[in-house]
Ligand binder design. Structure first.
Ligand code: 26V
Length: 798
């Protein structure tokens, strides 16, 4: 949109006055932030209305991305950037002595997700709108997002994230789009008067689902999509009745917190309620919209594509069947055909413990009609497939097995597409994890390598690098990310290399400042900034990183004069509240940090910084400052990873196992611009098959490793009496599930190569340049365009 600085200043002053009855002089940053938000909303209101009307008029096919997590972070700056008024607004504010960055910080992070899964959903929202594709989000409006993490004595403590306290300027409550969602009771099938059966419900609890829509502003294209998040309420007709505090709370709990504690039965039941709640509300709202178009129901799949993001929305399968059977009165065969054509599914993990299964009694008592439908789907699957492929394959793939409902099986059987999120992961799905399904439905399996919304991770997060790019290759990369490859031509250009180096240094100073404020530790921008930021999980092997740090510490203690390029190891990670082992690792990292950061004999060569409360906003400061990107999961365990992509775009060199999308990063940048180490997938599976991994052998054979592990139990690392033993035992007595000891030597060698190479700054920056220039294929625009073309069959409006 067009906006002059003068008009902006006038609009802004007026908004402040109208909204808060305040003058510029009397306002605080909070009012400035709110006014800016309100004004931004006004700037996109017309485009939002137009986008919605156009879709309806053209009856365009739309995609709906059902996800139990979304992790957008802050929206103010990204909305301004997308509207094309970022610079004007920043300049206008400056004239008023205000700073956009400072105001933007008043917005709480929208943290309705745990990690990669939710952040990917938000990158996809951005790309759908920016590519002009009609795609919507559908999820839950949690009153409390992911917990706020604090460290107390090095331990993780979880505090509630009450992000809605000061209001949310972006969302719009759509009272007239509310729907009802039913739970529990009994269901009977009774004659419908025309030869069929219809369900009769008794004692069902009916709740009201209210949608809140948040606009998703496309990048400078006047297209606005929306993310619809559902909130639970007591139905109006119940409001008059007396409900106890407990009864009210039981209702409100459904959309209260992200990921309720699953260590108790009550917590798990709540999670199942959440899943059905947003699935049913979302599907009813789509069904209502479709009905308003006045088309025959057979057209449903040519107007609607619904995506099941991981298994949490897998109840889409029986719920869509329910609507088509019970509301539209279709035959089973017809309803099934439309359901499979409408739905598609993405798998995001191969870890068995993360594949959802629900006990029959829970599904049956909470969702009796849905359970009837699941039973029928299962029975028909068995009857149809057994003669074709035999009983063994059917037993391994059916939905109901041994008293539990397998949600992944439901999603695969009830949809027309199943994809993995990186080439390696999709191959593992086909050949190992979901091999039996691949035999049944080979044509359904495909790969969609993840991507990132590069606008947020470059233009917004890294203005210094963006400026170097503008000055070197022009500004077209901002609109067409393929153009970033133009940078490759400057590999030998010393001016450009110097500018890239200076931008990195600037970002390291910015992060250094933040580290000083948050931890009181001073770090040098001359040091290698070595970054591992992701959820804390044993398979991601933050522990391997820590063992190497302890090795460096012991090396320096053994020889204080040891020549070593100073290193700052930076961690950001939250552990699931009930995941004790992950919390143990957090405690150990914090204690090692405490030890090395205050030891003057190390002469500042080694620092360990664990930043509290890692979230999207923190990532935006850490990633541009990284020299080394730690992607060190055990090969085969990380489905894709996406921080690996964000870090390469920002010029960090990847230190990686050949896991997830790291393989494709290697292909993109070339072997000589990445540091690889560790077991490969075939080697890991070789160990599994032979069953001959013996962690103890590595301990006995390697004196360095011995010293490092002993440090966890002999007091060298203080304050981890208990935790140190837990780690020690997990590696030796429980045989090191994730092959940390097996990969240790090779990891240490790769780290040594990094240290050697870093000393040649020109060469290092050349490698960094190659990484930046090779990132286009990891844009989520590319990912989303192939979802649109291959799976959803939706078209761009541009
Ligand atoms: C969840 C859980 C929960 C219970 C304990 C163990 C466990 C392990 C893993 C998970 C992950 C659930 C799904 C998920 O977040 N997957 C991530 O999706 C990203 C986007 O596709 C991908 O980049 C990450 O590699 C993948 O871990």
């Amino acid at each position: 949109m067009k906006l002059s600085k003068k008009k902006f200043v006038a609009d802004f002053t007026r908004t402040l006055h109208e909204r808060f009855a305040l003058s510029l002089e009397d306002s605080s940053n909070y009012e400035f932030y709110m006014s800016l938000g309100i004004l931004t909303r006004a700037y996109y209101a017309k485009a939002w209305q137009k986008s919605t009307e156009q879709l309806k008029r053209n009856q365009s096919k739309q995609a709906y991305y059902f996800s139990i997590e979304f992790l957008p972070g802050k929206l103010l700056k990204s909305n301004l950037l997308s509207l094309g008024i970022y610079d004007t607004v920043a300049a206008g504010l400056k004239d008023l002595n205000l700073d956009l960055d400072e105001l933007a910080n008043y917005e709480p992070d929208m943290a309705l997700g745990n990690g990669g899964l939710g952040r990917l959903a938000s990158c996809f929202m951005d790309s759908l709108a920016s590519c002009g594709l009609p795609g919507n989000g559908n999820g839950i409006r949690y009153n409390y997002g992911l917990f706020k993490q604090k460290f107390v004595d090095g331990y993780q403590v979880e505090l509630p994230d009450s992000w809605l306290t000061s209001g949310n300027v972006w969302e719009v409550r759509k009272e007239n789009k509310a729907v009802e969602v039913g739970f529990g009771g009994e269901v009977y099938l009774v004659p419908d008067g025309s030869g069929g059966l219809q369900p009769l419900y008794e004692n069902q609890e009916i709740l009201r689902a209210i949608p809140y829509d948040t606009p998703v502003v496309g990048y400078q294209n006047d297209i606005i999509n929306q993310m619809r998040l559902w909130s639970v309420e007591i139905p109006l007709r119940e409001e008059g009745k007396y409900l106890t505090v407990e009864q009210r709370k039981a209702v409100e709990d459904i959309t209260a917190v992200l990921y309720p504690d699953d260590s108790s039965e009550a917590g798990r039941l709540l999670r199942l309620k959440q899943e059905y709640f947003f699935v049913s509300a979302g599907l009813q709202s789509i069904h209502n919209y479709f009905t308003s178009l006045g088309l025959p129901i057979e057209d449903f799949p040519s107007k609607v594509a619904i995506h099941i993001n991981d298994t949490h929305p897998a109840l889409c399968v029986p719920e869509l069947m329910r609507l088509l059977l019970d509301v539209n009165g279709l035959t089973w065969e017809k309803a099934w055909d439309l359901t499979v054509k409408t739905l598609s599914y993405t798998n995001h993990t191969i870890l068995q413990e993360a594949l959802e299964k629900w006990p029959i009694f829970m599904v049956q008592s909470l969702l009796p009609r849905i359970y009837q439908i699941i039973q029928e789907i299962d029975a028909r699957f068995v009857a149809e497939k057994t003669p074709q492929v035999g009983p063994t394959l059917v037993r391994n793939t059916r939905i109901i097995q041994d008293g539990v409902v397998h949600m992944a099986n439901l999603a695969i059987i009830g949809s027309h597409s199943t994809n993995g999120v990186a080439k390696l992961h999709s191959d593992l799905l086909k050949n190992v994890v979901l091999h039996d399904f691949y035999l049944l439905y080979p044509e359904r399996f495909n790969n969609k390598t993840n991507g990132i919304a590069h606008r947020r991770w470059s233009q917004l997060a890294n203005p210094a690098l963006s400026q170097v790019l503008d000055e070197t290759i022009g500004t077209t990369w901002r609109k067409n990310i393929e153009d970033i490859a133009l940078l490759k031509a400057y590999r030998e250009d010393d001016e450009v290399l110097k500018a890239l180096h200076a931008a990195k240094r600037h970002n390291k100073e910015r992060l250094g400042q933040l580290i000083l404020e948050k931890t009181g530790v001073r770090v040098s921008p001359d040091a290698i900034f070595d970054v591992q930021i992701k959820r804390l999980h044993a398979y991601k092997r933050q522990l391997l990183n820590l063992l190497h740090i302890v090795k460096l510490y012991l090396d320096l203690k053994g020889n204080p004069q040891l020549a070593m390029v100073p290193r700052v190891f930076i961690f950001g990670a939250k552990a699931a509240p009930s995941y004790d082992y992950a919390k143990t690792i957090i405690k150990c990292i914090n204690e090692v940090a405490n030890l090395v950061n205050h030891d003057d004999t190390l002469q500042g060569k080694l620092k360990v910084i664990f930043l509290e409360n890692y979230n999207v906003s923190l990532a935006e400061v850490i990633i541009p400052a990284a020299d080394v990107s730690e992607q060190i999961s055990l090969a085969s365990k990380e489905a894709s990873g996406t921080s690996n992509m964000k870090l390469m775009l920002n010029g960090a060199l990847t230190l990686a196992t050949l896991d997830g999308a790291n393989v494709e990063i290697r292909d993109a940048v070339g072997e000589e611009n990445i540091y690889l180490f560790g077991l490969t997938v075939p080697e890991v599976y070789g160990y599994y098959q032979r069953g001959d991994y013996c962690a103890m052998d590595y301990y006995h054979a390697d004196p360095v490793l011995q010293k490092v592990l002993n440090a966890f139990v002999n007091g060298v690392i203080p304050n981890i009496q208990q935790e140190g033993h837990v780690i020690f035992e997990s590696l030796l007595n429980y045989n090191d599930e994730y092959f940390v000891l097996r990969d240790f030597a090779s990891y240490v060698a790769a780290q040594a190569a990094i240290e050697a190479d870093y000393q040649n700054q020109r060469h290092w920056t050349q490698m960094s340049l190659q990484n930046i220039a090779s990132m286009a294929r990891f844009s989520s625009d590319r990912t989303i365009e192939s979802y649109a073309a291959d799976i959803w069959h939706i078209e761009s409006k541009q």
